[in-house]
Ligand binder design. Sequence first.
Ligand SMILES: Nc1nc2c(c(=O)[nH]1)N[C@H]1C(S)=C(S)[C@@H](COP(=O)(O)OP(=O)(O)OC[C@H]3O[C@@H](n4cnc5c(=O)[nH]c(N)nc54)[C@H](O)[C@@H]3O)O[C@H]1N2
Ligand SMILES: Nc1nc2c(c(=O)[nH]1)N[C@H]1C(S)=C(S)[C@@H](COP(=O)(O)OP(=O)(O)OC[C@H]3O[C@@H](n4cnc5c(=O)[nH]c(N)nc54)[C@H](O)[C@@H]3O)O[C@H]1N2
Ligand SMILES: [Mo]
Length: 672
Amino acid sequence: MWKRSVCTKDCPDTCGLLVRVEKNRITAVKGDPDHPYTAGFICKKAAHFPEQVHSPRRITTPLKRTGPKGSGRFEPVTWDEALDEITARIRSISSLSGPQAILPYSFAGHMGLVHRQAGHAFFNRLGASALDYTICGPAATAGFEASLGKGPSTEIQEASQSDYIIIWGSNTLTTNIHAWPFFVRARKAGATLIVIDPYRNRTAQSADVHVMIKPGTDAALVLSMMQVIIEQDLVDHDFIAQKTLGFDQLKARAAEYPPHRAASICGVPPELIVRLAQGYGRARAPYIRTGWGPARQLRGGMAMRTIALLPALVGAFHKPGAGITRSLGGAPSDSAFLTRPDLRPQGVRKVNMVELGHALTRLDNPKIEMLYVYLSNPAVVAPQSRQVLTGLKRDDLFVVVQELFMTDTCAHADIVLPGAGFLEVTDLYRAYGHNYIQMARPVIPPVGQSRSTLAIFQDLAARLGFTEEVFSLTETDCIDHFLRDPSPYMQGVDVETLRSGRAVRLNIPANPYTGGFATPSGRVEFYSQAMADQGLDPLPDGQPLRDPDGDGKFTLEFITPPHSLFLNSSFNEIDELRKKAGQARVMIHPETAKARGIVEADPVRVFNSRGECLFLAHVTDAVQPGLLVAEGLHWPSLSLGGGANQLTSQRLTDMGNTCAFHCNLVEVQRAQ
Ligand SMILES: Nc1nc2c(c(=O)[nH]1)N[C@H]1C(S)=C(S)[C@@H](COP(=O)(O)OP(=O)(O)OC[C@H]3O[C@@H](n4cnc5c(=O)[nH]c(N)nc54)[C@H](O)[C@@H]3O)O[C@H]1N2
Ligand SMILES: Nc1nc2c(c(=O)[nH]1)N[C@H]1C(S)=C(S)[C@@H](COP(=O)(O)OP(=O)(O)OC[C@H]3O[C@@H](n4cnc5c(=O)[nH]c(N)nc54)[C@H](O)[C@@H]3O)O[C@H]1N2
Ligand SMILES: [Mo]
């Protein structure tokens, strides 16, 4: 029997799925042809869901550590034993050191509105240290909002009517593949496709023009394009007069970046900058798809803010097929009934999740004594892994991990709890690459003794005597709450269709900017007083900032973008996908390799002051000289030594306090 469901992995596409179930086993998964956006095809990863759900690697009972920390030796225990031990620890730590000695750590292993947020009320009520959820998007969001205000951006489907598409720091064919058909449609009608990226990724290989920019220099490139657009009078004077703020100051700033000067910063030849500016400025419907890449830099907020201003210069916001896309999917947004921020005692400290390494090794008053991990794999995904692992190995740290698989984080746990996967629970899903929401019910019961995130936290809450209503809400109670959300995005949403399991469109216009801009001035802000108030440059600024810890010591830049066969660190557990991905590789330009005596497939050691890791060298001109690229987060326990996050830093971005995953200086040498 085929049942309808949704892919809930942390990917913009949130695909409609059809799942074949025979005797409580999932035997096949395919795309739902009726899904209005994902339209019947799925990625290579999702096709492996049957093996993932029923994998022999799946954790099916609670486990308790028997060997030394990090040894990965466990014995099965009952749920009562496991939860009793956790509650006893919570009680003793809370009374001796205070509840802030407990730190929850979670992210987006499951994207459902209910289960993803199901632990928040518990930790708020406990008075635990609060986690700041910064590892992915906030720099991009903050940069974009400073220019255009809060709210959804242009729907990707619009791009099919564009004649000039720029994919700016997104590896669309790897990370957002369902956007591609809309770009293909536009190209069939004659559109030009530009990719701006430091390396020739799969998407750049398929573009008309690949602009091989140096990492962290997007703002300089944009300012230079602006200089050309203004000088050649390709601007939309009416739009600028009526809908923008600070054009004269912008003009003066852009004048500081003539193409020959910008070229020396961003490595893009001056003639190409002029061509780009003219192509964009003269297009009938210029459209930009931004990824998160430009934001994962120390000045990533500024980069995103500057890119977001470009459409205003040419009045693109009011042209069909034109605009700019970042994250989509606005509503339902009010989760307070479920997360209960009001239960959190006043003055509880916040811990930035990017700084987990510091938190576990340096934070005091009180020191972290319990780490409770769910829906995340911080041993692999968090920056500066050496320090994270030092923290996780502390004998005086009690670690609980809720997981489906024995990840590198689980290996450091004292107690592991088996989580029920997305095909085993009821939840509501909102995408961030399209404007549809969808509800899914379990297609099979929880595998083994696994339990849903909501069920686990409610059991813990009951053991600790928490009686607030939130601790007894069912999945469907929560979904009913979300569906009653008064947000305008929910208006007209057909709840019956939603309950039948089909995707339903939110009430969000395809081009929301036609309704105006939610900035303080109501205009696009070339000049932002809000940024000035935060001590930031109120105008776009093109000065890059390289990794300060490596400056003067290391000369090679190192970026760590996603792998097509993994989803962050997920899917390493599928043997076939891991084998297909092969050992962790680092791309090196032939000149850079030659200068170091490195040839194809050599084992190499990449290092900086934060750590080191091993890769196999892939010598290729798909990267520029002086840049190393390592795609994907391989589990160190199942691949060559280390993992790319050995080399990344906990330094925070200029806006949004996010991780600058693509801002690293390193050196490489042959291993042995
Ligand atoms: N297959 C697969 N799909 C995924 C994921 C995955 O791991 N695997 N991850 C998911 C998640 S959580 C997210 S947030 C999204 C992320 O999706 P993307 O936005 O596509 O990923 P990023 O890591 O931000 O990198 C995007 C591109 O930015 C480039 N880049 C790096 N630095 C710069 C820079 O300074 N300027 C410019 N212009 N480009 C730069 C990188 O080389 C890369 O090609 O993808 C989601 N989808
Ligand atoms: N170097 C580098 N590091 C990065 C990035 C990068 O580009 N470069 N990208 C960053 C980004 S964009 C992000 S969003 C973060 C992502 O970081 P994470 O959100 O930690 O992503 P995953 O590695 O997919 O880990 C999710 C874990 O949740 C588990 N899980 C899935 N579903 C369930 C469930 O229903 N119940 C339970 N209990 N567990 C479940 C999975 O098995 C998996 O181990 O990583 C970041 N790290
Ligand atoms: Mo992400």
